[in-house]
Design a protein around this ligand. Structure first.
Ligand code: SAH
Length: 221
């Protein structure tokens, strides 16, 4: 997929973006396919102008409504764990936020269904991705705890906010052989990233690494 050319200047230039890619390589992200998809996405266009000059730093930044855009490393790591060598037809993303992770995923899978509980974030993300010529995404303003029943089952599910335990509906909507990545924990700073694989007979759950996500909240915001 070729995204619209959106090169910035100074702290948002292609050179600054390349430094972020080099840092991701140092941090152990090895997949060229994933690095290529990240390189394509102008991260500075996913936040307010006030933060654009910091867009390529390895940090989470505010996107309004008390939410944050995920840190580049965690976006890269989760994408790598999810996509790897597999062909994914449909992916459910919970927590669209500013749409950055969505834009990276959309280049690597056939179709992304993304759910966000805060309407203005969902709307902004939709407009932004449309502006970048990304068309293989559907957006839903809803509580992601319900998943997206009409579009299930999903080859993969990526959750970008941390619930205390895995929502039942998400387990149900995962295809057999499908994989879900989800941060689990009560508070920021003491969560762990879990990988769930659905097998013919049940679910295999593995704890991967400590992470820090915003809380998974119920209901629409
Ligand atoms: N990948 C996004 C992460 C945004 S932060 C980005 O890089 O921008 C996580 C998002 O999850 C927030 O926008 C928050 O509003 C949303 N969220 C939290 N609980 C949710 C729920 N139950 N359903 C849908 N979205 C939820």
């Amino acid at each position: 997929m070729r995204l619209k050319d959106t090169e910035g200047i100074g702290m948002t230039s292609r050179r600054t973006r390349e430094r972020m890619i080099n840092r991701l390589i140092e941090q152990g992200i090895g997949s060229h396919k994933i690095l290529g998809a990240i390189r394509n996405v102008p991260r500075h266009l996913f936040m307010d102008d006030a933060f654009a000059s910091r867009a390529y730093e390895d940090t989470a930044l505010p996107i309004g409504y008390g939410q944050t855009i995920s840190q580049p490393y965690i976006v890269a790591k989760m994408t790598e764990l999810l996509v790897d060598q597999r062909h994914l037809k449909n992916v459910l993303e919970i927590g669209t936020g500013c749409g950055y992770q969505t834009a990276v995923l959309a280049q690597l899978v056939d179709y992304v269904y993304t759910v966000e509980r805060i309407y203005p974030l969902s709307k902004q993300a939709k407009d932004r991705l449309w502006g970048l010529d990304i068309r293989n995404v559907s957006y839903l303003h809803s509580d992601g705890g319900w998943g997206w029943q009409e579009k299930a089952p999903f080859d993969a599910i990526l959750v970008a906010a941390a619930p205390p335990e895995i929502p039942e509906k998400l387990l149900e909507q995962l295809a057999v052989g499908g994989i879900m990545l989800i941060p689990i924990g009560k508070e920021r700073g003491i969560q762990e990233l879990q990988r769930v694989i659905r097998t013919e007979s049940g679910y295999e759950i593995e704890c991967l690494e400590p992470v820090s996500f915003v809380p998974f909240l119920s209901g629409k915001g």
